[in-house]
Design a protein around this ligand. Structure first.
Ligand SMILES: [Zn+2]
Length: 847
């Protein structure tokens, strides 16, 4: 095994500025470029080593204090993605200018300098050349020192066909017609920054008029005809830029902001300084036609990327081990900003829904610590997962709430100010917050960052004392002696106080009879196990718990079912005590568990379950009403949608199905129908849909008016419970009917199909090589994710054997987690099926 140094370039020559010129040939899918890199030679060299991958280099000379040296030969090593330039003499220490010419081809795998295409209304295809460099693909666009701490200033020039939009990180400062149908566009130089943040986009795109965000001109770049979907992004973008400048106490570090919607994009979005790129569905939205979660997701992603302009772009991780902090922190800031933008969205409550998934993964034996030593950039590829983004953000939120929001913010300000334009390690952040607050931040956080898993906090009453102890929570139930410093809040009738549970536990006096909430506000990343007395006090009056506390209680209870410590039938009884529940995340958590229960039922008991769930849901549905009301809360709309979808799909309710048919048809016309009801209806109709409905859905997808509508219909296709239709859906993933970026999502959803998931899995196995070639390597793991739903013993063996022979090295640990989770689900199915079949055997009453 090689150590990190093996993957680092020699520091004998380091860059400080790149003057880059690039000219993409959109029709031929190629590009040509030249660069002059200002470098500092630190010790005498007769060879320069830098990164270049899939590039054809030519020419080359070095000019400096000792005159001019020629590059006499170039040796490229595809293995290390490096170029070795031999010089005609020795370059002595000092400042030199290295000139190189190069050519390459535009990638079709959504990485490096790549091609994205779209068809206009007349059916004509248009090509865009755009970039995605993180983590190490800048080297596929231009030769460079492609490591995050080798920061430099970038002066970019693009040569583009006249009439095409050309943008980069800095604002345009010069434009010269070349007289042959081409134009040379020069951009202002950037601040000193990492190579992975460079971006350029050339293509038939349009930009909106700028909006002024306290002196920063902000534009939305989109394909022609989509201008009417840009207002929301402008509004959130401007809000976020102001919010962060204020929170961080530092002005925005670039001179303009372009947010670019691209038809093809591997991940969600990318924080290139001043030129942020997005999937269209995460930038372009019509708030009147999209559901609250669809609109909120756009806000989340925009706020996340703009948070990075400071945390990530201005102050950057020294090496790729720091990816987790970069992403976890941007996720925390995204939540803070969106919560400030729309308090009525109750963003923190919704965060519990994604945090529940992090809890699931982190309870596996194959989980990992948030931070780990990273040698090669490939080691870091596995860091872009739920543990980084969601658990990472959750433990930062835990610290923020324990310290207090203002003290935490003061620490962040101190950190950014001390390290502006620089690179850092994780402990630099802890040290800054520690200095600002005087709390043992490094000690507390090290346990959370360097150890996988999380604690189950046991709360026991003993002689008027509350005893809090901890042990690691593992689904397997295995013993494990990992311990943490757990900062949390405890609420009694006398108030809410911070408590630090040290490894040995803690005890203190509490009031005799009142409810006691351990982990009040549920900010700590722990599950809580109350003794019977304490639990009884809480469930006697669920209204003594906040929405978030009830949501977490449901999640903790469901987790105990999956792990085999409670029965699935218990969970159904527990769900009955929520008949008066009015809050969206609580219902979402309940319905998710009940959805799994439904998968394990068949024949008569399934019918009884359906009628039981209708009995559970109808009162809630009556309470909220089918029609949106003028004065209702914002989240009542998605709650109505969630209840309707559950009635229609889990409850097979004929009335819900009839309404869904009507609403879905109506929504395709010109009238205004509530988007939450439309989204629910699209799902319900698909689950009970016919081949004719399928054809209509395909047409609706093709002619969709917004990216959200297109995705809604696309992702409904795998929900049709008809073998032939599912075969058609998975078959389409290898045609140009479905964009590469959406293929993993369609295949995973197809494997989750309740009746025919196995057919989709067979398709995936048979076409694996084609899928691997087609999708972006970092997204292949999302295809594999679908096997979690295949829980028959032979399927579990089959998946293990298949992935044994077809590993996914860039996501090896995530694959291991998926397979472990599949085994957990297999055991769960085996236990729960007879219990549920028997409990629902006699009728719709739980025996
Ligand atoms: Zn990010």
């Amino acid at each position: 095994m090689q150590d990190e140094a093996h993957y680092r370039l020699p520091r004998t020559v380091v860059p400080s500025r790149y003057d880059l010129t690039l000219e993409p040939d959109l029709a031929e899918g190629r590009f040509a470029g030249s660069e002059v890199v200002t470098v500092s030679v630190e010790e005498p060299v007769d060879e320069i080593v830098l990164n270049a991958d899939d590039l054809e280099l030519s020419g080359g000379r070095l000019e400096g204090p000792g005159g001019t040296l020629d590059v006499t030969s170039i040796r490229q090593d595809p293995e290390t993605e490096r170029a070795h330039l031999s010089l005609s003499g020795t370059a002595e220490p000092g400042e030199w200018r290295l000139s190189l010419d190069f050519r390459g081809r535009l990638s079709d795998q959504l990485e490096g300098f790549y091609r994205s295409t779209y068809k206009d209304d007349a059916g004509q295809t248009h090509v865009i050349a755009t970039t995605q460099f993180e983590s190490t693909d800048a080297r596929r666009a231009f030769p460079c020192w492609d490591e995050p701490d080798l920061k430099a200033v970038f002066g970019v020039t693009l040569v583009a066909p006249d009439g095409m939009l050309a943008i980069s990180n800095g604002p345009e400062i010069d434009r010269e017609a070349l007289g042959d149908g081409r134009v040379r566009v020069t951009f202002a130089e950037t601040m000193s920054m990492s190579t992975y943040l460079v971006a350029f986009v050339v293509g038939p795109l349009e930009a909106t008029e700028p909006v002024d965000a306290d002196g920063v001109p902000l534009r939305i770049v989109h394909r022609p005809g989509k201008q009417d979907l840009t207002a929301f992004a402008k509004d959130v973008g401007a809000f976020s830029l102001r919010f962060f400048a204020d929170y961080y106490g530092i002005p925005y570090p670039d001179r303009k902001m372009d947010m670019v919607g691209l038809p093809d994009f591997a991940q969600g979005a990318m924080e290139n300084l001043g030129c942020v790129t997005y999937r269209e569905s995460l930038l372009l939205v019509d708030p009147d036609k999209a559901t609250q979660p669809e609109v909120a997701t756009v806000a989340d992603v925009i706020a996340h990327e703009l948070a990075h302009m400071w945390f990530g772009d201005l102050v950057t991780m020294r090496w790729w081990n720091g990816i987790w902090l970069n992403e976890a922190f941007a996720t925390l800031m995204e939540l803070l900003a969106v919560d400030a933008y729309r308090p009525d969205w109750e963003r923190w409550s919704q965060f519990l829904r994604s945090r529940a998934i992090a809890f699931e993964v982190d309870a596996l034996a194959s989980t990992r610590s948030i931070e780990y030593p990273v040698r090669s950039p490939d080691d870091a590829a596995g860091m872009f997962d739920i543990l980084t983004y969601t658990k990472g953000a959750a433990v930062l939120r835990m610290l923020e709430q324990y310290l207090g929001a203002e003290r935490f913010r003061d620490g962040i300000r101190r950190y950014l100010d001390e390290h502006r334009f620089g690179n850092t390690e994780t402990h630099d952040l802890w040290d800054a917050i520690e200095k600002a607050t005087g709390e043992p931040v490094r000690r507390i956080m090290d346990g959370w960052i360097w150890q996988g898993g999380y604690p189950l906090v046991s709360a026991r009453l003993k002689g008027g004392q509350l005893e809090l102890s901890q042990r690691r929570y593992l689904i397997s139930g295995e013993e494990d002696d990992t311990v943490w410093d757990v900062p949390l809040l405890v609420r009694t009738a006398q108030g809410t106080d911070p408590v630090l549970i040290e490894p040995g536990g803690v005890a203190f006096g509490v009031p005799a009879r009142d409810p006691i909430v351990v982990n009040a506000g549920v900010h700590a990343f722990v599950r809580v196990d109350y003794d019977d007395e304490l639990l009884g006090r809480l469930t006697a009056d669920l209204t003594s718990l906040s929405t978030d506390e009830r949501t977490q209680l449901v999640d903790d209870t469901w987790a105990a079912v999956v792990a085999g410590r409670r029965s699935a039938v218990d969970f159904c009884r527990f769900a009955e005590s929520f008949r008066d529940e009015t809050e969206l995340p609580v219902w979402q958590s309940l319905l998710q568990g009940l959805g799994w229960c439904e998968r394990f039922l068949s024949a008569g008991p399934r019918e009884h379950f359906r009628s039981w769930i209708r009995g559970l849901l109808w009162p809630a549905m009556y309470r909220i009403g089918w029609e949106p009301r003028q004065d209702e809360r914002e989240l009542d709309k998605p709650l109505r949608g969630a209840l309707m979808a559950a009635l229609g799909i889990l409850g097979a309710d004929p009335q819900a199905f009839g309404m869904a048919m009507e609403i879905e048809r109506e929504s395709r016309g010109d009238g205004q129908v509530d988007p939450s009801l439309v989204a629910a209806s699209v799902g319900i109709v698909a689950a009970g849909g016919t081949p004719q409905d399928f054809e209509r859905y395909l047409e609706a997808m093709r002619s969709a008016r917004t990216p959200q509508e297109e995705l809604r219909y696309l992702y409904a296709l795998p929900e049709f419970r008809d073998a032939m239709l599912l075969d058609r859906t998975v078959g389409m993933t290898l045609s140009d009917e479905i964009r590469t970026q959406n293929v993993p999502g369609v295949l995973a959803r197809s494997m989750a199909n309740r009746e025919h998931g196995t057919r989709a899995w067979t398709f995936v196995k048979e076409h694996w090589e084609e899928i691997v070639e087609q999708v972006a390597p970092t997204t292949l793991i999302y295809v594999a994710d679908g096997v979690r739903y295949l829980t028959e013993p032979e399927q579990v063996k089959d998946a293990a054997a298949f992935f044994g022979a077809h590993p996914i090295p860039q996501s090896a640990l995530q694959l291991e987690q998926i397979l472990e989770r599949q085994r957990v689900n297999e055991a769960f199915r085996k236990r729960a099926t007879p219990e549920l079949m028997s409990a629902f055997g006699a009728g719709a009453e739980l025996g």
